[in-house]
Write a new protein. Structure first.
Length: 165
């Protein structure tokens, strides 16, 4: 398997990625239930999806997001999934390991703004604020998002009526 150090990393990656797909599907359902037409829901889905992707912390990196928008960066579930997926593949460098993991490798041809000999894990932590120790706490927050979206969709089905009389 490409860049996975074991089967458990593969399944952790798959579980986190599947959780993001479920969040996006449930978010689309919530908008379809709460907005008057499918076209309006589609437009809102694109706008909100683009906003979530923008504040994920990849481009611009988490450290470069302006202070006034940090709350949005911490709110979007895409940030949590991006951090988990990146940490699973690139952020594992245990102190008791042999240094063969991808996160332990020194970056070559790195920009002059980085210290010489920085590892992939250190780069992730400093630029993207991705930590390997936060994989499962990020996953728990995504699960909370799933539950919240389901509850909001239930409330929308119960209380919002778009029928014309």
């Amino acid at each position: 398997m490409v860049s996975f150090s074991g089967v458990q990393d593969f399944f952790a990656y798959w579980l986190n990625l599947s959780a993001l797909v479920v969040v996006q599907a449930y978010f689309g359902q919530l908008l379809a239930y709460s907005l008057p037409s499918l076209e309006v829901a589609s437009v809102f889905t694109v706008v909100i999806g683009s906003t979530c992707t923008l504040f994920t912390g990849f481009n611009p990196p988490a450290g470069a997001i302006p202070q006034g928008y940090q709350w949005l960066h911490h709110l979007v579930p895409h940030k949590r999934t991006f951090a988990s997926l990146s940490a699973i593949v690139f952020g594992d460098c245990p102190s008791d390991g042999d240094g063969s993991q991808l996160g332990c490798q020194s970056m070559s041809n790195s920009p002059p703004s980085l210290p010489e000999g920085v590892t992939v894990k250190e780069y992730l932590e400093s630029v993207f604020e991705v930590k390997h120790s936060e994989i499962w706490s990020n996953f728990a927050i995504v699960v909370i998002w799933i539950v919240a979206l389901r509850l909001l969709a239930l409330a929308a089905l119960r209380f919002i009526n778009h029928q014309k009389r």
